[in-house]
Design a protein around this ligand. Structure first.
Ligand code: NAD
Length: 342
């Protein structure tokens, strides 16, 4: 079959969800970077979360689901989920379940020129994304007594363990550590570990070890350079991801991917940051690096590499950076400088 030259390939359709809070600001930066770097993406902009609820009366509009079914790939800003009994349920969780985005991947790397407690950190958080307490099964047994159900299945545990070993093999990583609390949750975390061990036996070339989650947190803040691939259930993965972001300079820097067999949604680890939303203060780098993960996912490695180089140069020259990194620049100024550095 004749292949078109790369330059003339039709743009890749992708769903774009600006999100809530700082979402529209950082996603706008990411889209401008992709365009400026020569990425060929045909964005289909869709509302979700609070923005959708306020205009369309639903946090997950049908048009959003239809778009993701069609494009199979999305770039998403953070979505607000209200705390406690009020409001709609988490749209993030709903999207991950609807599209069976079972693997949440968050590369945590020390970046040049970023002041943080550590250097030389290069690890990947692999978080199971579909079950655990995120199943959302909670009930009141009697007034003042509430139960939350933690769901762990062998199928999902084996699947995420296989994913982690496969990622380690592809990225030439040496070691996976499964993080758990099976000393207390003997059945649920016990099953997760049993599945991880079973998969580890089939991948002898990659070292496998285990750490209890509290100890893992301490080891991570003492010697993060010793870690390579972390394999975690959903809740531990959520918490440890933010901890790991703190090791390399904060939430403004860490990108992520939610991956399934057919669909993929890319998003930063951070949330809507209501304290700085709408003020042009948010660090757009996490969203921009999430966009580079999307570009690589769809085979557009050149624009991805160009953006990554520009980010490295921006951080190294240490002139233009947002407040979270000790600078005074705005989101727009960072974006403009990055485009100049391309
Ligand atoms: P958050 O990540 O929004 O903010 C935590 C802290 O980090 C804040 O001080 C914030 O200002 C700072 N921060 C985050 N991103 C930043 C950036 N790009 N640049 C500079 N500073 C940044 O966490 P939160 O306050 O716990 O959550 C706020 C809301 O976000 C909640 O409704 C929560 O449910 C939602 N949330 C959504 C997602 C998602 O959509 N994937 C993820 C996490 C939290």
């Amino acid at each position: 079959m004749a292949r078109r030259p790369a330059g003339r390939r039709a743009p890749q359709p992708a769903t774009l969800i600006p999100g809530d809070g700082i979402g529209p600001e950082v996603i706008d930066s990411a889209v401008r970077m992709v365009e400026a770097a020569g990425g060929r993406i045909a964005w289909d902009v869709q509302l979700a979360g609070k923005a959708a609820f306020e205009t369309l009366g639903t946090a997950i509009p049908d048009s959003l689901l239809a778009s993701l079914r069609r494009t199979r790939v999305g770039l998403k800003g953070p979505l607000e989920t209200q705390i406690g009994r009020v409001g709609y349920r988490s749209v993030n969780v709903a999207l991950r379940k609807t599209f069976d985005l079972y693997a949440n991947v968050r590369p945590i790397r020390s970046l040049p020129g970023v002041r943080s407690a550590f250097s030389g950190v290069d690890l990947v958080v692999v978080r199971e994304n579909t079950e655990d307490v995120y199943a959302g099964i909670e009930h009141q047994i009697a007034p003042g007594v509430v139960e939350a159900v933690k769901v762990i299945t062998a199928r999902a545990s084996r699947r995420i363990a296989r994913f982690a070993f496969e990622l380690a093999r592809r990225q030439r990583r040496r070691e996976i550590v499964a993080i758990h609390k099976a000393n207390i949750m003997k059945l649920s975390d016990g099953l997760f570990l049993a599945c991880a061990r079973e998969v580890a036996r089939q991948h002898r070339g990659i070292q496998y070890s285990e750490l209890i989650v509290d100890n893992a947190c301490m080891q991570l803040v003492l010697r993060p350079q010793d870690f390579d691939v972390l394999l975690l259930e959903n809740l531990y993965g959520d918490i440890v991801s933010d901890l790991c972001a703190g090791l390399v300079g904060g939430l403004g820097l860490v990108p992520g991917a939610n991956l399934g067999a057919r669909h993929a949604i890319f998003e930063a680890v951070h949330g809507t940051a209501p304290d700085i939303a709408g003020k042009n203060l948010a660090n757009p780098l996490a969203a921009i690096l999430s966009a580079t993960m999307l570009l690589r996912h769809v085979g557009q490695t050149r624009p991805a590499a160009r953006i990554e180089r520009a980010v490295s140069r921006l951080l190294r020259e240490a002139r233009v950076r947002t407040r979270d990194l000790g600078g005074r620049s705005t989101t727009a100024e960072v974006t403009a400088r990055l485009i100049a550095l391309l």
